[in-house]
Structures are given as structure tokens and as C-alpha cells.
Design a protein. Structure first.
Length: 107
């Protein structure tokens, strides 16, 4: 069993897949779950002249959990990296998932 780095304050959560190392940069001291890729068709909106242009394209969203070492809040990440992402608390993600499911059932 590997020893934990001296900087690591918390045991890894069961979902953490990161191999933490002594030399990890302080900004990288985060517990992360494996990302799950979800293929989607995404709507893209942009401005062209005085109008709005809407289109769609294939995209792949990653969904994962993250928690900064030493903090208590776990976050759900869903996005395409810096281009487009949202991070919400796990409790918020549960509420959002329930509302999404209800909206989809009503269509």
C-alpha cells in the first residue's frame, strides 16, 4: 500500500482515482473521480452582425466528482474543459437531476 503524501490532510474518498504524490502542485491537490464521457448534441449560439446564429454540433461532456484536499464540499463537474463547464455541489446536482428528469417526463 502506498503511503500518503505529507501534505494530504484527508483520506481519499472511495471514489477518488488520483495517484497523489509528494510533489503535487498545491493547485492539484484535489480528489477526483474517474471522468465519465457523455456524447451529446450541443446547441451553440453566437452573434453575427445584429442577429443571433444558432447551430448544433456533436460534443462530449465529462462528468466527475472533485473535492479539494482539506475541504468538506464535494463538487460535480460537467463540461468540456475551459470552453464550457458547470460545477455544482453534490446536493445541487441531485436537485438538478430530479428537475431534469421531471421536465423530460413532461414533454
Amino acid at each position: 500500500m502506498r503511503s500518503r503524501p505529507t501534505w494530504q490532510l484527508d483520506e481519499c474518498p472511495a471514489w477518488c482515482s488520483v495517484e497523489h504524490a509528494e510533489g503535487d502542485h498545491p493547485d492539484d491537490r484535489v480528489h477526483r473521480s474517474p471522468g465519465v464521457a457523455v456524447p451529446v448534441v450541443a446547441r451553440r449560439t453566437s452573434f453575427e452582425g445584429a442577429g443571433i446564429v444558432r447551430g448544433s454540433e456533436a460534443a462530449e461532456l465529462e462528468v466527475a466528482l472533485a473535492r479539494v484536499d482539506g475541504e468538506s464540499q464535494t463538487w460535480l463537474y460537467a463540461g468540456e474543459g475551459p470552453r464550457s463547464a458547470i460545477e455544482v455541489t453534490v446536493e445541487s446536482a441531485e436537485r438538478l437531476a430530479a428537475v431534469i428528469e421531471a421536465v423530460l417526463r413532461s414533454r
